[in-house]
Design a protein around this ligand. Structure first.
Ligand SMILES: Nc1nc2c(c(=O)[nH]1)N[C@H]1C(S)=C(S)[C@@H](COP(=O)(O)O)O[C@H]1N2
Ligand SMILES: [Mo]
Length: 324
């Protein structure tokens, strides 16, 4: 198998020892986050932000990109122990344990379809520090909970442009790894594996859309979709496909795994929309994970998850109750 390199790429300088040391530092830091969470009522808001956002990992020096929200971050612990990753089980608590030994290095990505530079690429070739940014984005699950996560990633367009999509590339399809030995959830037909998702090409090229490779200044934990996962923050969580091994440019709208499993419940666009009910529940409100106290009220869900200013124009003239 021929592994291709985009022209301007530098080999990774990450050594195993460094990764290991960062991991140890990070565990200590994770304890800090937990402590900050427990005592957060005693801290002024500014101090809270300083403590919970102290970065100490592999990506600690990555600059903050545009579009950051200043909402309180969800704790590292909640972000990494309450996950949807059906390849590692359908319980929210399962991926953290079931994905512990998941091997994500080396990692290659197959690029095919309507583009001039199809082939097999190494992920490491896309991890140039200059391309990486921190983006604090909300993640809103269709199950009506949300989190605020400090992602580390690169704009998806910086990657896609290197593959030189042609004029027939109207959509981009993404696929997760299919490896039932490593991903025990794939031994059961809860979804049609591998997990497939797609974006329209203009959604994929939009500057808000990133490929995340880390969070809280660290490498992406396995349960959050290591080594790289999509993050289009105005869409429901399920669009943000994890552990991607294939990118396919196509002329036809892809059929995602969720559309296949229940087309009346999950559409292609999956834009966060409080005005369109899911067939089995309202989408008007959400619970912010970590705010589950007795007195905490559900929040109103915002159109496009609060990113309307940036993305509403992508859907001008479309009936969003039909294109859900
Ligand atoms: N491959 C894959 N990607 C996936 C999922 C999945 O089961 N498999 N779950 C989706 C759903 S429903 C949500 S809400 C988010 C959860 O991301 P998180 O665990 O990082 O919070 O991942 C999405 N991406
Ligand atoms: Mo979700």
């Amino acid at each position: 198998m021929l592994i291709k390199k985009p022209d301007d790429i530098v080999p990774s300088e990450i050594t195993d020892k460094k990764t290991y040391l960062n991991r140890r530092q990070f565990l200590q830091e994770a304890g800090l986050y937990a402590a900050a969470g427990a005592g957060s009522l005693l801290l002024p808001v500014s101090a809270q932000a300083a403590v919970t956002h102290n970065k100490n990992g592999l990506y600690k020096d990555i600059a903050t990109g545009p579009y950051a929200t200043n909402e309180k971050l969800t704790s590292y612990k909640d972000i990494t122990s309450y996950n949807n990753f059906y390849e590692f089980g359908t319980q929210k608590q399962a991926p953290k344990f079931m994905a512990e030994k998941f091997v994500t290095k080396p990692w290659s990505i197959t690029v095919e379809g309507e583009c001039d530079k199809s082939g097999v690429y190494n992920l490491e070739d896309f991890l140039k520090p200059a391309d990486l940014e921190e983006r604090i984005y909300r993640l809103r699950c269709v199950e009506a909970w949300s989190m605020v996560i400090p992602w580390i990633g690169f704009p998806l367009h910086t990657m896609l442009k290197k593959f030189q999509p042609n004029s027939k590339a109207k959509y981009v399809l993404f696929e997760t790894l299919h490896d039932p030995k490593q991903m025990p959830g794939q031994k059961r037909a809860v979804l049609d594996w591998p997990y497939v998702e797609g974006l329209r090409i203009d959604e994929a090229m939009h500057p808000l859309t990133i490929m995340a490779v880390g969070l809280y200044g660290e490498q992406l934990p396995n349960q959050n979709g290591a080594p790289l996962r999509l993050m289009a923050p105005w869409k429901y969580g399920f669009k943000n496909i994890k552990s991607i091994v294939k990118i396919h440019f196509t002329e036809k709208m892809p059929v995602s795994s969720w559309m296949k499993s229940a087309s009346s419940e999950y559409g292609f666009y999956a834009n966060v929309n409080p005005n369109v009910d899911h067939p089995r529940w309202s989408q008007a409100r959400e619970r912010r994970i970590g705010e589950d106290g007795f007195f905490s009220k559900k929040r109103k869900t915002l159109m496009f998850n609060g990113y309307g200013e940036q993305v509403a124009s992508l859907y001008n003239g479309m009936d969003l109750s039909k294109n859900f």
